[in-house]
Design a protein around this ligand. Structure first.
Ligand SMILES: [Zn+2]
Length: 414
């Protein structure tokens, strides 16, 4: 699986090199320097990471037909939710006084349609700042990993639904702006997400799509950026009350070098807008930031570890049907109620199919027994019940009541 992904990346990277050479040729032949009102289309560093829009187009095209990918409600079959205005519709030119072609805005969902009934909803946004290309590579790597064959991603797709908008500022990327685009050349593209006047056409289209696709209420929001042109580290920006949230802690476990930055932000940032009631009511909202001076493969690994940290945070242990972080008689009762060794029903993890094989049978019961943790699987008390205890629980289910209505608040799995 991983080999296939590397091959696909290299194919994209081949396109990327061709585009880079073309740009160098055009720039040299026209005597242009990339400076002034428009800026470099990548954030510097060694090696440079130019990220032409063709990479996004290629990745989205590769996702059409993937069994875990579907158009969002607002998207067409090609995963397009709208288009920019360009010169034809908006009457503007780019910083070189060149015509601006219309560009696609993409939106797609990633999930397992056969997953649990109440999934965690997660929005992934990219491309706000055109020259922050290392963030685009990380998001690309995360997307490829999310739709791939890793069994942890299969479990994550079972429990989560992703809404992905990989490129929110395509005209800025194509025309080599730093933080703006031809439609609004003097405005920071990540300061107007709370704008209600339609100032930025691409932002307006993507916001409207997000509302339509998610119903305006999500759990997690991520807006992928880069630190800038000199920093080589990686950061996670979020509000101070989320700096030690479960996701942030799990990410730190997987990527110890990521520095957590507590920042309140401003209301026009996508990350802050997403948390507002006028936005997406996101409970958790983060800005992944990536520096320079690393290989493409390293940024892809960052993206994969973002996906794995979500797996760590969201996916319950096998046996925990009701996701209350305890594996106990309540879960066994759910297994018993839905017992289906022939797979006659559409079974899911929250029904007792804890090994995701479509059946609810002895294989799942064995996982329940193995992971049995009636006081929670936090490393506090994990015991395997004796066969006698198992029988007692199996026959005494009606006597067992849950200790709390909601269970512990998302304790970290150890
Ligand atoms: Zn940025």
């Amino acid at each position: 699986m991983r080999d296939l992904k590397v091959v696909r990346w290299r194919r994209r990277h081949h396109d990327l090199l061709a585009a880079t050479l073309l740009t160098v040729f055009v720039s040299v032949s026209l005597g242009l320097t990339v400076s002034g009102s428009a800026e470099a289309w990548y954030g510097g560093g060694t090696p440079p990471h130019p990220y032409p829009l063709s990479i996004t187009d290629d990745q989205v095209a590769s996702l059409v037909g993937n069994p875990w990918v579907s158009p969002t409600v607002s998207a067409n079959a090609d995963l397009i939710v709208g288009q920019t205005l360009g010169t034809a519709g908006g009457g503007y030119l780019d910083w070189r006084a060149q015509v601006v072609p219309v560009q696609n805005l993409y939106g797609f969902g990633v999930t397992d349609p056969a997953g649990i009934a109440s999934k965690t909803s997660i929005v992934l946004l990219g491309g706000n700042h055109p020259n922050e290309t290392t963030g685009s590579i990380a998001l690309e790597g995360m997307i490829d990993f999310l739709v791939g064959d890793d069994p942890r991603m299969a479990a994550l797709r079972h429990h989560a639904e992703f809404y992905v908008y990989p490129q929110s500022n395509p005209e800025g990327r194509v025309h080599e702006y730093a933080r703006a685009n031809p439609e609004n050349p003097s405005k920071d593209h990540n300061r107007y997400w709370n704008d209600t006047t339609g100032l930025m056409t691409d932002v307006t289209i993507i916001k409207t799509s997000m509302w339509t696709d998610t119903g305006g209420d999500v759990d997690y929001f991520f807006d992928f950026h880069s630190i800038g042109t000199t920093g080589s580290g990686a950061q996670l920006w979020t509000k101070s009350h989320l700096i030690h949230s479960d996701f942030a802690d799990y990410l730190k476990d997987r990527e110890s070098g990521i520095v957590r930055v507590a920042t309140s932000g401003v209301s026009g940032m996508a990350r802050i807008w997403a948390m507002s009631s006028d936005g997406l009511n996101a409970e958790f909202s983060f800005t992944p930031e990536f520096g320079v001076n690393k290989t493409s493969e390293r940024y892809i690994t960052y993206g994969e570890n973002y996906a794995l940290a979500l797996y760590d945070t969201i996916v319950p242990e096998p046996g925990d049907a009701n996701a209350d972080y305890m594996i106990d008689g309540v879960d066994l009762g759910i297994w018993q109620t839905n017992y289906d060794p022939l797979g006659l029903n559409a079974n899911a993890f929250d029904m007792g199919d804890w090994n995701y094989d479509g059946l609810i049978n002895g294989g799942d019961l064995a996982l329940w027994q193995q992971n049995y943790a009636p006081l929670g699987y936090l490393g506090l008390l994990e015991t395997t019940p004796e066969p006698g205890t198992l029988l007692l629980l199996g026959t005494g289910l009606l006597c067992i009541t849950r200790m709390t209505a909601d269970g512990p608040t998302a304790p970290r799995r150890q």
